[in-house]
Design a protein around this ligand. Structure first.
Ligand SMILES: *Cc1c(COP(=O)(O)O)cnc(C)c1O
Length: 401
C-alpha cells in the first residue's frame, strides 16, 4: 500500500506477471514439463491436456464457440501479422483490398504496408478528433474486392474503445472479414467475438499480468470458416496455422492471467476509473490549458493521455526519475518522431510532443496517483515558466511554488 518507488504508470507497454500466475506456471517448467506434440508418453499427454485446458479458458474468455478457434503465438505482433498476411495470402485470387485505420498499432499498419508491396490495395481510414472511427466510413470504404477490415479494440496510446459491434455488423452485412487487435482490451473491458461480429482477434499475455512471449489469435471456424496461410512452416502444430513447439508454462500462465482479470474485471475497472479521474481532476486543478487526448467516455478505465501545452513531455519524464511514464507509444519511443496516433487525432507536432500517457494498473494506489499529480504539476509549471522567462516580454508569470 501507499507509495512504492519507482511508481509504474506504463501498463500499456507491459504489465508485471502476477505472482499467482507465476505460481500456476512454475510446475510446468520443471516436474510437469513436456512437449504437447509428444504422443507416445505421459509427459506429452500431460502437456497436451494442460494446453487444451488453457485453450478452453481463453476461448471462453472472449466468447469463442470452440477451443480450436484459439491458436497460440508469441504475442500480439505475431498474431496481427498472421491474421493480416495469413488471410490476405489465402484469399488473394478473389479479393485484394484491405481496410484499416490510421491509429492502429504498427504491427497492423506495417503488415498492411508489406501486403501493399505484394500487390494488395489498402485503405487507411482517418479518425475524428476523439480518436473514434466512424462506422459509416468503414461502410463507404468497402467494395466488391474488399477482403478484410482491421480495427483495434482499444488504443494503446489514447485508450479509446472503437465501436466494434457496429463495425462488425457492417462487415457481416457486406460479407467482409473483421479482425481486431484486442491486446489492450482483453481482461480490461468485456470482449465478445460473437456480440461484436469479430472473425479474427489478436491478444497477448504480457498486457494483462501474464508472462511475455505468448499470445493468441482467435480464428473463426464456423460461419464463416476462415482459411489462413501460415507464416511459419514446420511441424504443422496448431492445425497447421502456426508451427513450433508450444511454450507450455507460458500458455498455462496466459490462461491463468486472463481468468484472474475476468474474475474482478468490473471491480478493477471501477477502481482504475476512479484513480484515473482523480488524476485528471488534480492535473486540471493545478494547471491551466490542458487537453485530454482521446474520447473522454469511450476509453480504457486505466488510460489518461494529456497534452500539456508549453511543456516537453520527454523533459517532464526525464525529471521524474521515480515515475515510469511514456510520452507516446512505447513501441515507437526508440524513434524520436511524434506519435502517429496523436497526429491522427489532429494534434500539431508540438502538442504531440507535449503529451504524456498515464497507464494505470493493478498495483497503483491512490497515494501514488496523488504524488504523481503533484510532481507533474510542478514540472510542467517550471517548464512553462522557463519558456515564458526566455521570451522577450515573457517572465510575467511568477513562480507560485
Ligand atoms: C502491445 C501491443 C501490441 C504488440 O504486442 P507484443 O506483445 O509486443 O507483440 C500490438 N497491439 C497493441 C494494441 C498493443 O498494445
Amino acid at each position: 500500500m501507499g507509495l512504492n518507488f519507482p511508481i509504474y504508470l506504463d501498463h500499456h507497454a507491459t504489465t508485471p506477471t502476477d505472482p499467482r500466475v507465476l505460481d500456476a506456471m512454475r510446475p510446468y517448467f520443471t516436474e510437469r514439463f513436456g512437449n504437447a506434440a509428444s504422443a507416445s508418453h505421459v509427459f506429452g499427454w500431460r502437456a497436451e491436456a494442460a494446453v487444451e485446458q488453457a485453450r478452453e479458458r481463453l476461448a471462453a474468455a472472449i466468447g469463442a464457440h470452440e477451443p480450436r478457434e484459439i491458436v497460440f503465438t508469441s504475442g500480439t505482433t505475431e498474431s496481427d501479422n498472421l491474421a493480416l498476411k495469413g488471410v490476405a495470402r489465402a484469399y488473394r485470387t478473389r479479393r485484394d483490398h484491405l481496410i484499416t485505420v490510421a491509429t492502429e498499432h504498427s504491427a497492423v499498419l506495417e503488415s498492411c504496408g508489406a501486403l501493399e508491396r505484394e500487390g494488395f490495395r489498402v485503405t487507411v481510414l482517418p479518425v475524428g478528433r476523439s480518436g473514434l472511427v466512424d462506422p459509416d466510413d468503414v461502410r463507404r470504404a468497402i467494395g466488391d474486392r474488399t477482403l478484410l477490415v482491421s480495427v483495434m479494440a482499444a488504443n494503446s496510446e489514447i485508450g479509446v474503445l472503437q465501436p466494434l459491434a457496429a463495425i462488425g455488423g457492417i462487415c457481416r452485412e457486406r460479407d467482409v472479414l473483421f479482425h481486431t487487435d484486442a491486446a489492450q482490451a482483453v481482461g480490461k473491458v468485456p470482449v465478445d467475438v460473437e456480440a461484436s461480429g469479430v472473425d479474427l482477434l489478436s491478444m497477448c499475455a504480457h498486457k494483462l499480468y501474464g508472462p511475455p512471449g505468448v499470445g493468441a489469435l482467435y480464428i473463426r471456424r464456423r460461419r464463416p470458416r476462415i482459411r489462413l496461410e501460415p507464416l511459419f512452416h514446420g511441424g504443422g502444430h496448431e492445425w497447421g496455422h502456426r508451427s513450433g513447439t508450444l511454450p507450455l508454462a507460458l500458455i498455462v500462465g496466459f490462461a491463468e492471467a486472463v481468468d484472474l482479470c475476468l474474475h474482478d474485471l468490473e471491480a478493477e475497472a471501477a477502481r482504475l476509473r476512479a484513480l484515473r479521474d482523480e488524476l485528471w481532476t488534480r492535473l486540471q486543478a493545478g494547471l491551466d490549458d490542458l487537453r485530454l487526448n482521446g474520447d473522454p467516455e469511450q476509453r480504457l478505465p486505466g488510460n489518461l493521455n494529456v497534452a500539456f501545452p508549453g511543456a516537453e513531455a520527454d523533459a517532464v519524464i526525464a525529471s521524474l526519475r521515480d515515475v515510469a511514464l511514456s510520452s507516446g507509444s512505447a513501441c515507437s519511443s526508440a524513434r524520436p518522431e511524434p506519435s502517429h496516433v496523436l497526429r491522427a487525432i489532429g494534434l500539431s507536432e508540438a502538442l504531440a510532443r507535449a503529451s504524456l500517457r498515464f497507464g494505470l494498473g493493478r498495483g497503483n494506489t491512490r497515494e501514488e496517483i496523488e504524488w504523481v499529480a503533484d510532481q507533474v504539476i510542478a514540472q510542467v509549471r517550471e517548464q512553462r515558466e522557463k519558456r515564458a522567462g526566455g521570451r522577450p516580454g515573457g517572465g510575467r508569470r511568477r513562480s507560485d511554488g
